[in-house]
Design a protein around this ligand. Structure first.
Ligand code: HEC
Ligand code: HEC
Length: 221
């Protein structure tokens, strides 16, 4: 009996690191090559999960593993509607979801380019969006986005995703999806109630800012 138990423990302790290594390989392989019935994620989400601004495909790198898993299950379950992602998420089995989410969850998040001056490119919506992100608009009871999403929009895992560096078209589409009800997977309806208070101009402004944000300098606060 004792011998059997020792053998069992040895087998388990050898099998576990191998399983982990296998999960990583599958996650990277799915991202880079896809699988039968599943296109490679990188064809839309970029070689390093950085997203694609021109088409509004979101950045995945920098989101937490748990958040990415949750979103893949939401596409499969219909709480998030996306013609591209519904078929892909439904084709992934549970271990593939966990593996690919773990792969992207380890890739580095967005960083501002050191010399960037995004305000110069589109001063009006960007500055207005900056105020909304950092201070909110209390006349309309819109809280500051960064109150929940982290002081630089970098996200607070696992519940509050990173917003900084997302393509403007993506952020806009998500806020509109909450307004129209095609996205309904937010805990306690937190995002729906924020989105419902926002005007189209406010949505455009905050989306422009979040694509390339800079925090307020101490004098501006
Ligand atoms: C044909 C293009 C395409 C491919 C291929 C694709 N995606 Fe997507 N993905 C999208 C689009 C478009 C969205 C935004 C959907 C929306 O509007 O809600 C998205 C959104 C997501 C999100 C939600 C991100 C967030 O911040 O909430 C996750 C997670 C995701 N994709 C994972 C994957 C994975 C994993 C793969 C590969 C197995 C993959 N995608 C392949 C187009 C694609
Ligand atoms: C009270 C807290 C709270 C505030 C304030 C808040 N959010 Fe959110 N937001 C959330 C939560 C929670 C989620 C995650 C929803 C889910 O689990 O799918 C989220 C998700 C999002 C997403 C989806 C990101 C993705 O890739 O899936 C966007 C875009 C977003 N918020 C934008 C904003 C903007 C813009 C503001 C400010 C105008 C804002 N949020 C303010 C709580 C908040």
């Amino acid at each position: 009996m004792k011998v059997k138990l020792t053998r069992l423990i040895m087998t388990l302790s050898m099998a576990m690191p191998m399983q982990q290594a296998h999960a990583e390989v599958t996650g990277a392989a799915l991202a880079q090559q896809g699988a039968p019935g599943v296109p490679a994620c990188l064809s839309c989400h970029g070689a390093r999960g950085e997203g694609l601004a021109a088409t509004g495909f979101p950045r995945l790198a920098g989101q937490s593993t748990a958040y990415l898993e949750k979103q893949l299950r939401a596409f499969a379950g219909g709480q998030r509607v996306s013609p591209q992602m519904q078929a892909i998420a439904s084709a992934l089995d549970d271990s593939q979801i966990r593996a690919v989410a773990a792969y992207y969850g380890k890739l580095p998040g967005w960083q501002a380019a050191p010399s960037a001056n995004p305000a110069a490119a589109a001063p009006e919506p960007w500055t207005r969006g900056q105020k909304l992100a950092i201070r909110g608009n209390w006349d309309k009871e819109i809280p500051a986005c960064f109150a929940c999403h982290g002081p630089a929009g970098e996200g607070i895992a696992p519940h509050f995703p990173a917003l900084s560096g997302q393509p403007a078209a993506y952020t806009r589409s998500q806020l509109k999806a909450w307004q129209s009800g095609t996205r309904s997977n937010d805990p306690h309806g937190l995002m729906k109630s924020v989105a419902l208070r926002m005007s189209p101009a406010e949505i455009d402004a905050v989306s422009a800012y979040l694509a390339n944000p800079l925090p307020l300098s101490p004098e501006e606060r």
